[in-house]
Design a protein around this ligand. Structure first.
Ligand SMILES: [Cu+2]
Length: 660
């Protein structure tokens, strides 16, 4: 009997709970009032019936108390575990005083079971029970969360695993879910209020006068002033890495703050599978386990070719399954720094309970660079997509003398009359550069034949020029800046899948990047898309506005129509200065990372500042499907759209059956 078969057989009997519990017995109630789920949700009988109750429960640590929105009384909610090929029947009862919902993140479910209020169903009203029933059409590590209000920020999320029918192509001896999240004792409405009044409210790590003189030393007074002026004009700061930070967040690992030290046990030499899930409402994590290398085996729940590294950045709403093999009889720290370095989550792998290892110091906060502003041009017209020597996203980026040099060396079409130069850089200052962008430059990327623009500005093209699975060419931005809803439109957008991201890659460690990830089995048929749909992510950090194509979802943009079974290329262009983890419901997307038929499947993809990401998809399940940023506040404020997939006969219906 293979290990997996054994696991499933045992699971059906409700045994082996120790393997499946989120928190091992070593994490005891002595840690205070944390709501540790201590019982897995059992799969009962042959119909996989699960009962979930959404309620409000007192929650606290470190002497502070709040009220969490809980699922069966815990944060995170219970681990749900099913088997591929079977059906799930999940009864969700709402004991809150407001509506609730559950969305099954990454699962391919019938539209009416997707759980997005106002898109797929009315929501679950107080006192109601809603039954989610769907076939389990896939294997892997996923999670579930509320799609109502700010409940996700308040604890309404949990892990979900579907064991595969086929044997897995890798071996392991034990496994743990490692669910990362962010908790605040502030009401999410208060957080939003604070940040709307002042975009930098939670950013205590502002640049100082000392930083200014340091940059003057390095880059000279003129370049430093130009840089500061440019950032100010963009209503951004180069340290706007995260908008809600450790000044209000406590970062949790399996529901526990760092001091509680969640611990997973191992015997030296065992292979341990860690199912990382980022359930943060607004936080990216940079994860490493000093002393251990990690091997990626699944991403977004799907098998990938093994790739080994020392550190990875987990995007919000993403899942990565890694295998580690600790051989020594000692403890290892699982260290998950928030991307902006304002805090960390932490846990331990140890041979015995109660052990701990050194907790690394957090690194200095990263700053954004010229690349993030879409200002680092393809030099000399070579049009290279990856410019390894030009990565200026490191900590010293804005002050590097080479930044100025790169601007001077740009190969540009004939300049149009420029905006008034503000820094006296005689045409080479960045402000005038943006003035040079013209609409006719927009199509120079050669992505395909322009077909038209939807009313909300979504661009539709026939897409038959670029081979499927290839990386997008850099593209100059069109003249439109998406209006007042968008500040600091990136001048040039390009693929950044080969870059580890701001603040990573300078420690001498191997960092996972998306161009390293290939699906395990190449696609048997890998067709070119018939159409390309291009959306621009837009925002204004100072006014804390977020939108797509400059239009908020509350301004009622039409659904974006898709045909059942059509092959599309979805191109997401980030015109803002912050990263956005974009999630499309109802379909797996194939990330075009240069590997053709080995492009990996994803349900969520991070789009870095000034990045252009393209994905292939073949939507099949009819109905309206949500597409949104997974930063909860960005979604709430309008970075949200609906894609409407037609019935096989071409008609459009909503999940309630009404014609659109
Ligand atoms: Cu966002």
């Amino acid at each position: 009997m293979t290990r997996r078969r054994f696991l499933h057989a045992a699971g059906a009997l409700g045994a082996l709970a120790g393997l499946r519990r989120l928190a091992p017995a070593s994490v005891s109630p002595a840690n205070g009032s944390q709501l540790i789920p201590d019982v897995e949700t059992r799969v009962v009988g042959s119909n996989n019936r699960v009962e979930l109750v959404i309620d409000r429960t007192p929650f606290g640590f470190g002497g502070r108390r709040g009220i969490a929105t809980t699922i069966n009384g815990s944060v995170p909610g219970p681990l749900l575990r099913f088997r591929e090929g079977e059906r799930a029947a999940i009864h969700v009862t709402n004991r809150l005083r407001e509506d609730t919902s559950i969305h099954w993140h990454g699962l391919l479910v019938p539209n009416a079971m997707d759980g997005v209020p106002g898109v797929n169903f009315p929501g679950i009203h107080p006192g109601q029970t809603f039954v989610y029933e769907f076939p389990l059409r896939q294997y892997g590590t996923y999670w579930y969360h509320s799609h109502s209000g700010f409940q996700e920020q308040l604890g309404h999320y949990g892990p979900l695993i579907i064991d595969p029918i086929e044997p897995e192509p890798f071996q392991y001896d034990r496994e743990y879910v490692v669910m990362l999240s962010d908790w605040s004792f502030e009401n999410p409405l208060k957080i939003l209020d604070n940040i709307k009044k002042q975009g930098s409210y939670y950013n205590f790590q502002r640049r100082t006068v000392g930083d200014f003189f340091r940059d003057v030393d390095r880059a000279g007074l003129r370049a430093t002033i130009a840089d500061r002026w440019e950032w100010g004009k963009m209503r951004m700061s180069p340290i706007d890495i995260a908008d809600v930070t450790g000044s209000t967040y406590t970062y949790l690992l399996n529901g526990l703050p760092p001091a509680s030290n969640w611990t997973g046990l191992f015997r030296p030499g065992e292979r341990v599978r860690l199912r990382f899930i980022n359930a943060g409402a607004g936080s990216y994590f940079d994860v490493r386990i000093p002393g251990l290398e990690m091997t990626l085996v699944q991403a977004s729940g799907q098998h990938v070719q093994p790739v080994t590294f020392d550190e990875f950045r987990i995007e919000i709403a993403q899942t990565f399954d890694v295998i580690v093999q600790p051989t020594e009889d000692r403890a290892y720290t699982i260290f998950a720094e928030s991307m902006d370095r304002s805090g960390h989550a932490r846990g331990t792998l140890a041979p015995r309970a109660g052990m701990s290892a050194e907790v690394p110091k957090r690194r200095p906060r990263p700053t954004l660079g010229m690349m993030d502003m879409g200002m680092a041009m393809s030099m000399g017209g070579h049009g290279g997509m990856s410019m390894p020597g030009m990565d200026m996203s490191g900590t010293q980026a804005p002050a590097k003398p080479s930044a100025d040099a790169s601007m001077a060396g740009m190969d540009m079409p004939t300049p149009k009359p420029a905006a008034p130069a503000a820094s006296g850089h005689a045409g080479h200052d960045m402000g005038s550069m943006r003035g040079m962008v013209t609409p006719d430059m927009a199509s120079s990327g050669g992505a395909g034949v322009f077909e038209g623009t939807l009313r909300d500005g979504t661009i539709i093209r026939a897409s038959n020029l670029r081979a499927p699975g290839t990386i997008p060419e850099p593209v100059m931005h069109a003249g439109s800046t998406h209006g007042s809803a968008s500040a600091g439109t990136a001048m040039e957008t390009r693929s950044r899948l080969s870059e580890p991201g701001a603040g990573l890659g300078e420690d001498g460690w191997r960092v996972l990047v998306w161009t390293d990830v290939k699906r395990l089995t190449p696609a048997a048929t890998f067709e070119a898309p018939a159409r390309e749909i291009e959306l621009h992510l837009t925002g204004n950090m100072e006014r804390y506005m977020w939108s797509i194509n400059g239009i908020k979802y509350s301004d009622a943009p039409d659904p974006i129509p898709l045909k059942h079974g059509e092959r599309i290329r979805l191109t997401i262009v980030n015109d803002s200065m912050m990263a956005h983890p974009m999630h499309l419901h109802g379909v797996f997307m194939e990330l075009e990372n240069g590997h053709g038929p080995e492009c990996p499947y994803v349900h969520t993809i991070n789009v870095k500042p000034a990045e252009r990401v393209s994905l292939l998809a073949t939507p099949v399940d009819p109905g309206p499907w949500a597409f949104h940023c997974h930063v909860l506040l960005h979604m709430d404020l309008g970075m949200f759209r609906v894609f409407q997939v037609s019935e096989p006969d071409g008609t459009m219906t909503t999940s309630e059956g009404a014609a659109v």
